[in-house]
Design a protein around this ligand. Structure first.
Ligand code: 4NP
Length: 163
């Protein structure tokens, strides 16, 4: 059995990437795929390390039946060795992740989360931090779309790095 390790990455690891991680875990549980996929999340910045998910984000997730759990941690270069897919929420996150791939050997496993959307035309998951509640609700809807597409993609392209 191949277990694919997925890492979701945003800036602070308190809004978008913990939502992606928890939505994905919800789908994995629903579809009984826990032996096929394992998820984590991280932020490129250190400001919120150790913090719980943002309350506004948690409220928007709860409205869709998803509880946000976890604590923020910072993305580090070794994550590129440990994970099979590294999903960046926006292009700045993508650039910051690849800046730690000094030899360019992990380039192919770093992807933009919205590449997996099937219902939304967006290319990036917008940062909801400084906006209103509708921004948080939109992020949840967008991530549900991307996570559904991502699950199907991983089932078609399973990869596993020796842990
Ligand atoms: P996230 O959102 O990257 O989706 O976790 C943000 C969280 C915090 C900040 C910006 C974005 N901040 O500037 O503190």
């Amino acid at each position: 059995m191949t277990t694919t390790h997925l890492l979701f990455v945003c800036l602070g690891n308190i809004c978008r990437s913990p939502s992606a991680e928890n939505i994905m875990n919800h789908l994995i549980q629903q579809r009984q795929l826990g032996d096929r996929m394992v998820c984590d999340s991280a932020g490129t910045a250190s400001y919120h390390v150790g913090s719980a998910p943002d309350r506004r984000m948690a409220q928007a997730a709860r409205a869709q039946g998803i509880e946000l759990v976890g604590r923020a941690r910072q993305f580090e270069a070794i994550d590129l060795d440990r994970f099979d897919y590294v999903l960046a929420m926006d292009r700045q996150n993508y650039r910051d992740i690849l800046a730690l791939d000094s030899r360019g050997q992990h380039r192919d496993k770093v992807r933009l989360m919205c590449d997996f959307c099937r219902r939304h035309p967006d290319q990036e998951v917008p940062d909801p931090y400084y906006g209103g509640p509708e921004g948080f609700a939109y992020v949840i809807d967008l991530l549900q779309d991307a996570c559904e597409g991502l699950i199907d993609h991983v089932l078609d392209h399973p990869v596993a790095t020796p842990q």
